[in-house]
Write a protein that binds this ligand. Structure first.
Ligand code: ATP
Ligand code: MG
Length: 256
């Protein structure tokens, strides 16, 4: 088990954004987390990555409690995330962004001597090599590309870089928040290929995505949230046929 949530809750004033959520994510899987707008999906990501403290309950990563740790420490332990809106250092180049991400994992809690060790440099070298590979598969690979400032990249390229940044941290678990949002059909295909590549590297993926065809095609297992409550979990096929899930989505449509 890579990740376990035990009775996790998060309140914002009187609003219960996540309510008594328990779930486990198995190593090497693509685990979908879906639900109508406002269901609490991004909040769950914020709780796992330490951006928000839990109101109650526990998050465990590789069996260790990580609730209450700083986001940088959680990242260092091997949890990376991308954001629903791209958050890149816009004036930096592609490569500079990747280096920042690589250091995010390496820089915290390591003695300076270890930092300079051959082992560390080897790891950094490997991380950058794999990031370059991912960038290449996304058409961002050449050295001229790597020197482009991020604010000159297309929306798709920025999202690709966001994923590459998550990879370069050497993460075991990557949280992807709507990686396909705002992309054209072809861009979606390219991004899906990257997500599969991540999985093939044995990286575990927790995926929030509104594109149901993509979710159903990619995920090994899907957890469904509605109003902060887990209403279903199962294979994509079982989820699609689950009356409570259909009702939650139809209800959300009617309210909209
Ligand atoms: N920082 C915050 N302060 C107050 N309320 C918040 C905060 N973050 C989220 N919420 C509220 O918590 C609920 C869940 O929001 P969240 O962003 O987790 O939903 P979501 O499932 O990611 O939705 P979407 O599919 O639209 O991205 C919403 O009602 C939202 O308004
Ligand atoms: Mg969200």
């Amino acid at each position: 088990m890579v990740l376990e949530l035990r009775h996790v809750a998060r309140r914002f004033g009187g609003l219960v954004a996540v309510s008594d959520l328990s779930m486990t994510v198995a190593r090497g899987t693509i685990h979908g987390l879906i639900g109508p707008n406002g269901a609490g999906k991004s909040t769950v990501f914020n709780l796992i990555s330490g951006i928000l403290p839990t109101s109650s309950g526990q998050v465990l990563f590789n069996g260790d409690a990580i609730s209450g740790l700083a986001p940088s420490e959680i990242c260092r332990r091997g949890v990376a995330r991308t954001f629903q809106a791209t958050t890149l250092f816009r004036e930096f180049t592609v490569l500079q962004n990747l280096l920042v991400a690589a250091q995010l994992r390496a820089a915290h809690g390591l003695a300076p001597t270890l930092f300079a060790s051959a082992g560390y440099r080897q790891k950094e070298h490997e991380a950058l090599a794999s990031a370059h590979e991912v960038l290449a598969s996304l058409g961002l690979g050449g050295s001229a590309q790597a020197r482009r400032p991020v604010d000159q990249l297309s929306h798709r390229e920025q999202k690709a870089l966001g994923i590459a940044m998550a990879i370069v941290t050497g993460a075991e678990l990557v949280l992807l928040d709507e990686p396909l949002a705002g992309l054209t059909a072809q861009e979606r295909e390219e991004t899906l290929r990257v997500v599969r590549q991540l999985r093939d590297r044995r990286v575990t993926i927790l995926l929030v995505e509104h594109d149901m065809r993509a979710v159903m095609g990619l995920c090994d297992i899907v957890t469904v949230l509605d109003h902060g409550v887990r209403i279903a979990e199962g294979t994509p096929r079982a989820i699609q046929e689950n009356p409570a899930v259909i009702e939650a989505y139809l209800g959300a449509e009617e309210r909209a």
